[in-house]
Design a binder for this molecule. Structure first.
Ligand code: F1P
Length: 348
């Protein structure tokens, strides 16, 4: 069995560090983009993992820049372009794709070109069609993966968008907080080393539920996709309190619920942990710091202790989500590097 997936997961702080270093100074591309798009409404567009990345990116972008923003699945641009085109929606579109060759993102980019939308391409693969598309182009070559399943490409492309948000808003403090993530990530992965394996090996989960609000919903969706792709598990993602409105009927003793706790929901999400545990679920709470209520209710707690604001620390939650998926695959005798039914690139 190859080891691409685990190596790519573990390499994330190093890749983040090189990205931060590359962006230490405001580069010409970004300076020009800011000049032309400082009052634009933004669309963040992608497929699969890159769409889930867009969900978190759009929420973060609105909070940090104050500009309107929305996440759009690439195929929606193909079929409903007029809903999103310049006159009624996005002035600038960030086209996100690790491979840069996914059919839907390329079709979306070509469609938006007809509407004269300002296009910003973001990919991990040089020489890909997307890397040559758009009025502004960003390439994070060392975040690419050999694996089918995206891990470091997700966190690195999201970090690149966070860096852009700091430049758009002239918020050096936000950039400085982002700059601390590689060291914090390294420490976190060291501290939590073995935790995902312990959680998976000491339980027999058949259902995985990921919950989060605001910028955390995109992360929850990505965690859901990882365990599905790597281990063919039944997994679902919801905005946390939405789970009570019907989907909680699924909860039983074989259910693991992962809560990506927000700074904004007060006790509401913590109360939900207790309610779902009472139905038999086990719970992992991922939070900045665990208060007594979180510690009393959650079976497992992952404290980020980042010291940075909510929209700066988003990517820190990903390694544990990726490792849960990885170890669930190994427990089921599957090879995370060879996920069932999947290919690295989806072409129509
Ligand atoms: C998007 C994607 C991935 C999925 C698989 C196939 O790729 O759908 O989300 O895990 O790798 O491709 P991309 O457009 O970001 O290259």
């Amino acid at each position: 069995m190859t080891k691409h997936t685990v190596e790519e997961i573990m390499s994330q702080p190093r890749i983040w560090q090189s990205l931060i270093k590359h962006n230490e100074n405001l580069n010409g591309t970004t300076a020009d983009l800011i000049k032309n798009a400082s009052d634009h409404s933004f669309g963040f567009i992608g497929s699969g993992t890159s769409y889930y990345l867009s969900l978190s990116a759009a929420a973060m972008w609105k909070a940090i820049t104050g500009l309107p923003a929305q996440a759009i699945p690439s195929a929606d641009i193909m079929f409903y372009a007029d809903l999103y085109a310049k006159s009624r929606g996005v002035d600038s579109a960030v086209l996100i794709s690790r491979s840069g060759t996914t059919s839907e993102i390329l079709l979306a980019g070509n469609t938006l070109n007809k509407y004269k939308t300002n296009r910003i391409s973001l990919t991990c693969r040089a020489e890909s069609e997307l890397s040559r598309m758009g009025e502004y182009r960003y390439l994070i070559g060392n975040a690419d993966e050999k694996s089918v399943v995206m891990t470091r490409s997700f966190t690195s492309m999201l970090l690149q968008i966070q860096i852009l948000a700091s430049r758009f808003s002239g918020n050096q403090s936000f950039f400085d907080q982002l700059s601390s993530l590689p060291d914090i990530g390294t420490a976190l992965m060291g501290k939590n080393n073995g935790l995902a394996e312990e959680i998976i090996s000491s339980n027999s989960f058949t259902k995985f539920i990921y919950l989060g609000h605001g910028p955390h919903f995109g992360l929850a969706s990505e965690g859901m996709l990882k365990v599905k792709e790597m281990s063919v598990a039944h997994s679902e993602a919801y905005h946390s309190l939405e789970f009570r409105h019907g989907p909680m009927s699924l909860v039983d003793k074989d259910t693991l619920i992962i809560y990506l706790l927000s700074d904004h929901t007060g006790d509401a999400e913590i109360k939900l942990i207790g309610e779902m545990n009472a139905l038999g679920a086990k719970s992992i709470a991922i939070c900045e710091t665990a208060n007594t209520a979180v510690s009393a209710n959650a079976d497992y707690v992952v404290e980020l202790n980042s010291g940075v604001e909510e929209n700066a620390r988003l990517i820190l939650a990903l390694p544990i989500l990726q490792q849960l998926a990885y170890h669930n695959a190994l427990k089921k005798g599957m090879d995370p590097d060879e996920p069932r039914n999947l290919t690295q690139v989806v072409t129509l």
